[in-house]
Design a protein around this ligand. Structure first.
Ligand SMILES: Nc1nc2c(ncn2[C@@H]2O[C@H](COP(=O)(O)OP(=O)(O)OP(=O)(O)O)[C@@H](O)[C@H]2O)c(=O)[nH]1
Ligand SMILES: [Mg+2]
Length: 423
């Protein structure tokens, strides 16, 4: 169309370089090219590697399906908002922090934004393009949303790297209060190499792997359980034992979670260390203790009565061997029963008055406050948190921002929401 060609001429003027006509298939590798469809409308443009900051000139190229703008200085994507025919959009190596103007581009199949300045992903990005994967890949990628090299904080990198299912689960967990009632979280904790991942694999009906690699960050796997004719949706959160402290600062107290403490039955485990942590930060969440590797050390036992008296949330003990697939006929039904119980729990906060709500929220904070005091930080303002007042909450939010610093000491599987300033 004449109008489209005028825009091409204008682009040439603005960017100071001639654009060459190309077939659409050939345009991706050719900088400074454009492609026309049969009617003369511009269908593709390649302006990679120019110093382009402002892309308003593209605003009215409504026939565009393929757009290459990598390695420029672009910050604002608003001009692309109405280009609803776009299917492939390449924006790597720019200065983009906000992807929300792309929301309306329903036909996108590729969105490459690696190496930009994106800190936060909007939750709806997991559902906007059902066919598009989410990737962390240091390269050009097709048929995916590639987020590599962005300074992402929400979701944290550990989650982004796991791909779309994990990202979805992460956002679901943040809106826990509005989760369908029968959706629960199972958190697997325990030392590195205790067998958490092997246990998850067994629960999902997968084979045992003697060379199971160490888990980095967190793996989140969906798991569906049928109990009394009801379907319960759960997510298994498999924490890397070595990295738990780095990965956890984004998680918070959740009413509908169940802890599986996995112990390596071959050695004297830090059972109480873990139980204490779960108690401090898991609220009243039930805990099942799983003694794994019974094939290697059938004689290993814990002082069950002592532990149960001391930790009331500790429901029961199970002995399994992931290797030999033993003990699961007892563990699985018990797990399903606990999940069914949890799925029934209504969100207790709804019924509480605001004041009571604050009190409820302050509880885990109080614990943290005591912990910090114990750490000899008497001069800090942390003690104010104990008041649980509005001021205390504000302060807590500040503390949340520096939380990373002491996350390593805490090594906790869950941290209350309030610390992170989400409530
Ligand atoms: N003999 C024996 N080995 C097991 C059993 N379960 C797991 N292992 C092995 O123990 C090692 C560690 O297992 P993982 O499942 O990776 O342990 P993990 O707790 O997920 O470890 P991290 O991800 O590092 O925290 C692997 O080599 C497994 O094959 C078991 O029941 N018996
Ligand atoms: Mg693991």
């Amino acid at each position: 169309m004449a109008h489209d060609m005028e825009i091409i001429r204008k682009i040439e003027k603005l960017t100071g370089g001639k654009l060459k006509p190309r077939p659409l298939e050939g345009i991706w590798g050719i900088e400074n090219g454009y492609a026309l469809d049969k009617t003369g409308q511009v269908q593709g443009v390649n302006l990679d590697n120019r110093e382009i900051k402002d892309i308003s000139f593209l605003r009215s190229l409504s026939g565009l399906t393929h757009l290459y703008l990598s390695s420029n200085q672009i910050t604002d994507l608003m001009p692309l908002m109405a280009l609803s025919n776009l299917t492939e959009l390449y924006l790597s190596n720019n200065q983009i922090a906000d992807l929300t103007p792309l929301r309306e581009l329903k036909h996108l199949t590729t969105l490459d934004v690696h190496k930009n300045l994106i800190r936060e992903l909007s939750p709806d990005f997991t559902s906007l393009w059902p066919g598009m994967a989410m990737e962390w890949k240091d390269d050009l990628s097709f048929y995916s949303l590639n987020l590599y090299g962005n300074p992402l904080e929400k979701p944290p990198l550990e989650i982004i790297k796991q791909g779309k299912t994990a990202i979805k689960a992460y956002f679901d967990s943040l809106k826990e209060d509005t989760l369908p009632l029968n959706e629960v979280k199972v958190l697997l904790v325990g030392d590195g190499a205790a067998g958490k991942t092997s246990l998850v694999n067994r629960l999902l009906g997968l084979d045992f792997n003697i060379g199971e690699p160490q888990t980095h960050g967190i793996n989140i796997k969906p798991w569906t359980v049928k109990q009394d004719g009801k379907t319960i949706k759960a997510h298994l959160w498999d924490f890397g034992g070595q990295e738990i402290m780095h990965a956890t600062h984004q998680f918070f107290l959740s009413k509908r979670s169940l802890y599986l403490l996995v112990l390596d039955g071959r050695k004297d485990e830090k059972t109480e260390y873990w139980l204490k942590h779960i108690e401090s930060f898991g609220g009243h969440s039930p805990v099942l203790v799983v003694i794994n590797k019974t094939d290697a050390n059938p004689g290993f036992e814990l002082n069950r009565k002592f532990l149960q008296d001391k930790y009331p949330n500790l429901k029961s003990f199970y002995r399994v061997s992931c290797k030999n697939n033993e003990g699961f006929d007892t563990l699985v039904p018990a797990l399903e029963k606990e999940l069914a119980e949890l799925a029934k729990v209504e969100d207790g906060l709804d019924g509480l008055t605001m004041k009571a709500k604050e009190k409820e929220l302050a509880k885990p904070l109080n614990k943290l406050g005591r912990l910090l005091e114990k750490m000899g930080d008497k001069d800090s303002k942390f003690s104010k948190i104990l008041e649980g007042t509005k001021k205390g909450v504000e302060l807590a939010q500040k503390v949340g921002r520096t939380y990373n610093k002491f996350a390593q000491w805490l090594a906790l599987p869950q941290v209350p929401d309030i610390i992170l300033g989400k409530k």
